[in-house]
Design a protein around this ligand. Structure first.
Ligand code: CA
Length: 372
């Protein structure tokens, strides 16, 4: 048996009601408790994640999931969590879970686009769905099944792993007033947004979280995006870059829990269901946690850091990025039938969900803004 996935047989004493039948002479049946021992299997799973040890919000979601799974299973599920400080491969989670080196992982699906291009679509797409629109797509609009279509050939099952909410456009050393200002700009920005920026003349790169501050401070990069006020302020970016832009590129980034498919398939149905519920609740809770931290930090940001200049990209720049985005999407759809299926599903769902968002949330915000 794989040492990383030990099913440990132990015994537990259960008090059961064994019928002690007294027969004859019209006596009624009586019962009395008796104790017997039955084996109980425990499931020791190992999880590797992309983030540093004790990383807030993302790390909290992982620990919440593990704790819920442990409690809901009455101690039968034990998940050992290794951060990137332990396994030293923050962007190696895909391979480690695929191979079975780890049973589970937590990361971001768009980090794997260089290996498997269609993993790109399950985090967040520029100009795409917000967190709630995307959750609706994942759980009720076909998104979950499409995710498995991409991950199954790589021996994995992928589950939503927590949403950051709408992300900020990033920290810049200089103001962006036109598309010319993006030419040659070295920016840390992963996912499809990186490809969009490359198409409009910038030089995108991906750098793990732990190296971002140093890269921006030393001028290895001119700009970076990370998440938003929930996490950016603790990273200290405001101390080394004056401009903070609003978002366009990650309107609702969903992280992922990954599971080695063979390991997942070997688990009994009740253990699977406990893990499925724990992952789902932890994911939703991370969205609420992110929202809370962003609201708190946004409220204090202006007073504590008055030098931060909050900007939005000019319409000309946004339009150029949207046009580049649409061209790149069309190229991907034309080149790969599965990419086409995912893109068409997302595009159709966004159209439908956004019509509802506009008449519900947006109308509400607009109505409230008219009031004192
Ligand atoms: Ca980001």
């Amino acid at each position: 048996m794989n040492r990383l996935f030990r099913k440990t047989a132990s015994t537990v004493t259960l008090v059961v009601l064994a019928a002690l039948t007294l027969t004859g002479c019209g006596d009624t049946q009586k019962t009395a408790p008796t104790a017997i021992s039955v084996p109980v299997e425990t499931y020791n799973l190992r999880l590797a994640h992309t983030w540093p040890t004790k990383f807030p919000i993302f790390g909290d979601a992982i620990h919440n999931m593990a704790e819920m799974a442990n409690k809901m299973s009455n101690g039968r599920i034990n998940i050992t969590i290794d951060s990137k400080n332990k396994h030293k491969a923050p962007l190696g989670i895909f391979d480690m879970v695929k191979s079975g080196q780890y049973d589970m992982g937590h990361s971001g699906s768009y980090y794997w686009k260089g290996k498997v291009p269609n993993t790109l679509y399950f985090t967040s797409m520029p100009f795409g769905m917000t967190a709630m629109e995307q959750y609706a797509w994942f759980y009720h609009g076909g998104g979950f099944d499409l995710t498995q279509k991409v991950y199954a050939p790589h021996n994995m099952v992928s589950f939503p792993g927590g949403n950051t909410g709408n992300q900020m456009g990033g920290w810049f050393q200089k103001e962006i007033n036109s598309i010319e200002d993006l030419q040659g700009l070295k920016m840390r920005i992963p996912g499809f947004a990186g490809e969009v920026l490359a198409k409009v003349g910038a030089k995108p790169t991906n750098i793990p979280a732990g190296e971002l501050y140093t890269a921006l401070e030393r001028g290895t990069i001119d700009a970076l995006e990370w998440v938003g006020p929930s996490l950016d302020l603790r990273m200290g970016f405001h101390k080394i870059a004056p401009y903070y832009y609003t978002g366009w590129h990650e309107p609702g980034s969903e992280l992922q829990f990954m599971f080695n498919k063979e390991k997942w398939g070997s688990l009994p149905v009740d253990i699977q269901e406990i893990l499925r519920v724990a992952m789902r609740v932890a994911a939703y809770d991370m969205y609420a946690h992110s929202y809370h931290e962003s609201a708190e930090n946004w409220a204090s940001m202006k007073s504590e850091y008055p030098n931060i200049q909050v900007k939005s990209f000019p319409t000309e720049v946004l339009q150029a990025m949207k046009s580049a985005n649409d061209e790149l999407i069309a190229e991907r759809a034309a080149a790969d039938p599965l990419a086409k299926e995912i893109i068409e599903s997302q595009t159709a769902y966004l159209k439908k969900a956004r019509a509802w968002t506009r008449i519900s949330d947006q109308s509400y915000y607009e109505a409230m803004e008219q009031l004192n």
